[in-house]
Design a protein around this ligand. Structure first.
Ligand code: 13P
Length: 341
């Protein structure tokens, strides 16, 4: 019964035409420009108003299956006294939480980090489940560079995300499992392929060892891309083919779906790549999105501060709709609005 519920929730998160909005940026992160410049005034109140504006976007559930927020945003109150969790649930969107509490450098490789937050996690998961949270997300990151990533970082990352996933399922929450090989760097697409394949391989090995029900997870990972500073940038079709090849090597068909992260790609590229991937027809898993910046940044740039929410909501809904179409392979460049100069 519990397994069936996990499976239903995982499938709902990657339902065709929909994807996840990763809004798990703390208010201070928004103010500091993680998604783009926040309009004045740059205050915690403004950040809260911005998030409320996004979560209240009419029609968002047509394209968004789940929204991820931080724990401290959960109980945040809107102007009319509702919690942000209530607002998300009223939209008929599943609510998710990021349970990581920070990052710790590896003793033997200080350029690499593993997330913290496993201590006391079962109690927090229980509390969230009772509050009406449906899923959680745990990101482990690998960086490409001279001597990086180290085998230890890959191994520790895989075991951390697998242990979290086992605890989440035991609490009745769907774990989003997020091994992310960052795109920043000078590496070419082949190097990104190799490291992504390696990290996914170790992650699925660890998920097996930790007894995780594959039908009850969503995989969140990177597309296979050229490094952001690589002089030769692979075209959209190459990205699609390399990403599909890598996933087919490793990801078992039991996994219901994959929600890609945008990872610093432009809004346009994140959508175009997802569409190119889905244009290859049905795969063993749904191929969807779990974008943060590639959905939220446009809303932040368009938001008119405290006076008018409609510009921000229109921008957010547009990106959600474009990515929803890309999950079906039905997006086209002409559907993008002309960029005003
Ligand atoms: P981006 O899509 O901005 O990379 O964020 C997704 C995310 O949740 C990273 O953990």
């Amino acid at each position: 019964m519990e397994n069936a519920r996990l499976e239903d929730t995982a499938q709902a998160l990657v339902a065709p035409g929909k994807g996840i909005f990763a809004a798990d940026v703390p208010p201070q992160g928004l103010i500091n420009g993680f998604w783009g410049d926040m309009r004045e005034p740059k205050t915690i109140d403004a950040a809260r108003d911005f998030q409320e504006m996004m979560f209240r976007t009419p029609g968002l559930s047509d394209h968004i299956s789940g929204i991820i927020i931080f724990d401290d945003v959960l109980e945040q109150k809107s102007k009319d006294g509702n919690t942000f969790l209530d607002i998300i649930k009223q939209q008929d969107i599943l609510a998710g939480i990021t349970p990581t509490t920070g990052w710790q450098k590896l003793g033997s490789s200080p350029k690499e980090r593993v997330p913290t937050g496993l201590d006391g996690l079962p109690n927090r998961l229980e509390k969230w489940r009772e509050a009406g949270i449906s899923f959680v997300k745990w990101r482990v990151a690998a960086r490409i560079g001279p001597g990086l990533p180290s085998p230890l970082a890959i191994e520790l990352g895989a075991h951390s995300v697998a242990e979290y996933a086992a605890l989440a399922q035991a609490a009745g929450l769907v774990p989003i499992v997020e091994p992310d090989v960052e795109m920043r760097g000078e590496h070419d697409i082949q190097r990104h392929f190799e490291v992504t394949e390696w990290f996914l391989h170790k992650t699925f090995e660890a998920l097996y060892e930790h007894g995780v029900l594959l039908e009850g997870i969503v995989l969140k990972t990177n597309m296979v891309l050229s490094g952001s500073d690589c002089p030769i940038q692979a075209n959209e079709e190459t990205v699609a083919l390399e990403t599909l090849k890598c996933l087919r090597h490793i990801v078992p068909p039991a996994v219901p779906g994959i929600g890609f992260l945008s990872g610093g790609q432009s809004d346009y590229k994140a959508t175009a790549h997802l569409n190119a991937i889905n244009a290859h027809g049905p795969q063993p898993w749904q191929l969807s999105f779990s974008y943060g910046r590639a959905i939220g940044k446009a809303a932040m740039m368009a938001w008119d501060g405290r006076t008018d929410n409609s510009a921000g909501q229109t921008a957010l809904l547009h990106r959600a709709r474009m990515n929803g179409l890309a999950t079906l392979g039905k997006w086209a460049p002409k559907l993008e609005k002309p960029v005003s100069s």
